[in-house]
Design a protein around this ligand. Structure first.
Ligand SMILES: NC(=O)c1ccc[n+]([C@@H]2O[C@H](COP(=O)([O-])OP(=O)(O)OC[C@H]3O[C@@H](n4cnc5c(N)ncnc54)[C@H](OP(=O)(O)O)[C@@H]3O)[C@@H](O)[C@H]2O)c1
Ligand SMILES: [Zn+2]
Length: 350
């Protein structure tokens, strides 16, 4: 098969398409022909640049969320059949820790990751444990499924599970044109919130508004706190969906919280070291909750909403496998309007 094999860590030029033997499914595994896989900052670009920090070994194939069609299954696999349309769920839980044995496997501290700790989906085929396969509804394209599953379960976990967003709440979504942010806008709307979208350029605010945000603020050209207080009539928002960790923006976002409000986060691309106004925290009975991961229910909600057409993937472009290095350069540069997706079937026209 053709695969983007990485033989050293470094800049995007370390990504080369090579001919390698087709993977053979081991006991309990299935072989999937990959139709789509997303390109991510943390799980792709950072692993490519310095994967040894996360325990990635070389040679390696990136790609954490492939979707595609089952083409072979090991003899002992039941419940998965050749021809099934599936998504690959990336987490490989330990199955032994206190979290795995009490139904809270998303908190497993020993979790390994397909595409980081074993070969991923930047390839024509991938062999994975059949237990990691999720059937896809016919209505959902492979590209949309990969993008939605990358971000929507996390958005449901943060907004519904942690912040408990309810109809009528005000939610400020930061980075609202990014991968997680554009889905966050839509999930907050699904939960009945009024959404203020924050983004770093007018075009990106515009994208978030087209995704359903009720209001928008360019937080690089305007004072975020002033604008959100103006929009909410001085009250502030119930929830900040943060996920950036920028030293300048974080205090501005935190200051938009209404009494008893809640800031949720699972990301820190912009550094993650921020200043906290502790008096404001306790005086206004505010909460700050962190929480990567998602539950089975979050994954189910994501797929159901996408299949029903109430949640859609925001895709900047789809590129063939040969353009993996270019895809990384584009993602590194930033300013994309949605996700970059690779299609290893060779059917993409560029
Ligand atoms: N499944 C998930 O989605 C998931 C799960 C766990 C954790 N996370 C984390 O959530 C964060 C967001 O992920 P993502 O996939 O949405 O990333 P993304 O598509 O790159 O979006 C990040 C957004 O943050 C804004 N931003 C502001 N300052 C930034 C800076 N200095 N560097 C980078 N971005 C900056 C950017 O928008 P503007 O330019 O408009 O400001 C950008 O749209 C990441 O830290 C990721 O690791 C995501
Ligand atoms: Zn575990």
């Amino acid at each position: 098969m053709r695969a983007v094999v990485m033989r050293e860590f470094g800049d995007p030029d370390v990504l080369h398409v090579e001919q390698v033997p087709d993977p053979v499914p081991a006991a309990g595994e299935a072989l999937v022909r990959v139709h789509a896989v997303t390109v991510n900052q943390t799980l792709d670009l950072k692993v490519r640049a310095a994967g040894q920090v996360r325990g990635t070994t070389l040679p390696h194939v990136l790609g954490v969320d492939p979707t595609g069609v089952v083409v072979d299954v090991a003899a002992d696999v039941t419940g998965t059949r050749v021809g099934d349309r599936v998504a690959v769920l990336p987490h490989l839980r330990c199955g032994r820790c206190e979290f795995c044995t009490s139904g809270r496997e998303q908190q497993c501290p020993n979790s390994r990751h397909i595409g980081v700790h074993r070969w991923g989906g930047y390839a024509e085929y991938i062999a994975v444990p059949a237990a990691n396969l999720l059937p896809l509804p016919e209505a959902l394209s492979f590209v949309d499924a990969a993008v939605v599953l990358r971000h929507a379960p996390t958005a449901f976990h943060l907004l519904r599970g942690l912040a408990r967003v309810a109809p009528g709440d005000w939610v400020l979504v930061m980075g609202a044109a990014g991968g997680l942010g554009s889905i966050g806008v839509q999930v907050a709307k699904l939960l009945g919130a009024t959404v203020v979208a924050g983004a770093g350029a007018d075009a990106r605010v515009g994208l978030a508004r087209r995704n359903g945000a009720d209001h928008g603020v360019n937080y690089r050209s305007h004072d975020l706190t002033d604008e959100v207080l103006r929009i909410t009539g001085g009250r502030g928002v119930d929830v900040v969906f943060e996920n950036i960790g920028d030293p300048e923006l974080w205090p501005k976002a935190f200051a938009t919280l209404a009494q008893s409000g809640c800031l949720v986060t699972a990301g820190a691309h912009a550094g993650g070291r921020v200043e906290l106004d502790v008096r404001r925290l306790y005086g206004r009975r505010l909460r700050i909750l962190g929480g990567a991961g998602a539950s089975r229910a979050d994954i189910r909600s994501a797929i159901e909403a996408a299949a029903a057409g109430t949640l859609h993937a925001v895709v900047d472009r789809v590129l063939p496998l040969d353009e993996a290095a270019q895809a990384h350069r584009l993602a590194e540069k930033g300013g994309l309007l949605g996700k970059i997706v690779l299609d290893p079937t060779g059917s993409v026209q560029t």
